[in-house]
Structure formats: structure tokens, C-alpha cells
Ligand binder design. Sequence first.
Ligand SMILES: CC(C)(COP(=O)(O)OP(=O)(O)OC[C@H]1O[C@@H](n2cnc3c(N)ncnc32)[C@H](O)[C@@H]1OP(=O)(O)O)[C@@H](O)C(=O)NCCC(=O)NCCS
Length: 221
Amino acid sequence: MTLPKALLSSRDNRFSVVQSEPWMANQLEAIQRASFPDLAEHELALERHYLAQINTFPAGQHAILENSTGRVIGSSSDLRLELDLSHYQHRFLDAVGDNYFTTHLPDGDWLYGADIGVLPEFRGLGLASLLYARRQTLVRELGLKGHVAGAMPKGYGALKHKLPIEEYVNDVITLELNDPVLSVQLRRGYRVFGIIPNYLEDASTNNYGVLILWRNVDRGW
Ligand SMILES: CC(C)(COP(=O)(O)OP(=O)(O)OC[C@H]1O[C@@H](n2cnc3c(N)ncnc32)[C@H](O)[C@@H]1OP(=O)(O)O)[C@@H](O)C(=O)NCCC(=O)NCCS
């Protein structure tokens, strides 16, 4: 099989970021299951959802390939939408059209991050960094206002009886606490805009999401 064109490669050239293709859908589901073990089953993106996402907005779907094997080992999914920052409370499934991306607006001004995951055995190699870099490049290429996502503060569930979410997020921002997801995103240039209760059903986050933004300075922010 001819592998898709590399949009970005790791420094050692072991891994490439490519646009996701339909043949990858079952591997994307496997990455999703490995990445979100605590997420409610009805909120997981499955093969059929990935096929719909690729069909709806191909440029927003990225996969990481291990070049020597052609195996898909990480991915990210995005759609375009409008964002009203004075009314940002929402549920994940409503934003992503139940994972089918029926909410995608081809002229939408923001890229909305639906999901990012790397197989556990490939974490810590800078692969999510490649995906974030590629998504930010896509924002610039499309002339969008920025990248927005509901981050999952996955360290909060274990600490929920010790401190309120606002304090937890503040401690992550000020580097007093490290969150396995939110801290990575903050180090990639994202900033916290607000906290969203009942964003997703996931014990590891106590169902919270954290709205994070990366603004495209080319748009005059
Ligand atoms: C969040 C996630 C995508 C990061 O992927 P990744 O490829 O490991 O990320 P990177 O290698 O680019 O960066 C990981 C950072 O954590 C650090 N790290 C330390 N120990 C680590 C470990 N055991 N595993 C992974 N990262 C580790 C890395 O050094 C790096 O630090 P840096 O920010 O100072 O560079 C990945 O952990 C994942 O798939 N998690 C489950 C799914 C998820 O929660 N997605 C986000 C939903 S909002």
C-alpha cells in the first residue's frame, strides 16, 4: 500500500503526520479505546464515526504513522465551527454532532479539537506535539481565528475531594500541580478560558472539561 503524503515528520524520521484515510478507521478506534479507558461508551469515537469525520472534513483529520511498519499509532480529529466566548458552556457530544461532525461549518472561524490520542507505548516521544503543531499550521493555512478544545483534566478525578476544580486548574496554570493532559496543552501554547461542568462522562476528570484556546495572531488578536 502507498502511504499518504507526510505533512510533518519527527526529527528522527520514525513517525509522520498524515491526513487520515478511511482504511485507518479501525486502527483509529483502537487508539481511541486505548486513550480514553474511563470515558462512557456512548461518547467514544468508533470506526463509523471516523469514517464520517474523514468524509465531512478530510483536512481536519490527522494520523501519526510509524514509517517502518505503516501502523497508525496516534491521531487527532477537528472540525470547524463558530464560537461565542460569552456562551461557551456546552457538552462535548453536542459540539461534535455525536461524533459524526454534523455540526461542522465549512466557513466556521474556529478549529474545534474533538480528540487527540497516542497509543500508550508511544507516549512521551513528542508525537502529540507534532499533532498540535500540525493543527496550528492548519489554522493558519485556513486563516481561522484559532484552535479551541475542551481539555480533559485527567488528574482531577483523583483529587476531587481535596480541592475544587477552580483551584486545581489554577494550580496547574501556576505549575504547582501537573496534569497529564492539561499541562501538556499549556506547554503547547494553549491558554485556559473557562471550566465546563458535565462536559463528558469520565471519572478521571469528574466530568469536567476545561476550555482552552490557541489564538492565531495572524488574525490580529
Ligand atoms: C495527552 C497525550 C495525547 C500526549 O501525547 P504524547 O505524544 O505523549 O505527548 P508529547 O510526547 O508531545 O508530550 C508529553 C509531555 O509529557 C511528558 N511526559 C513525562 N512522562 C511521560 C510519560 N510517561 N508519558 C508521556 N508523557 C510523559 C513528556 O516529557 C512531555 O513533556 P513536555 O510537555 O515538557 O515536552 C497522551 O498522553 C494521550 O494520548 N493521552 C490519552 C488521551 C487524552 O487524554 N487526550 C487528550 C484529551 S483532551
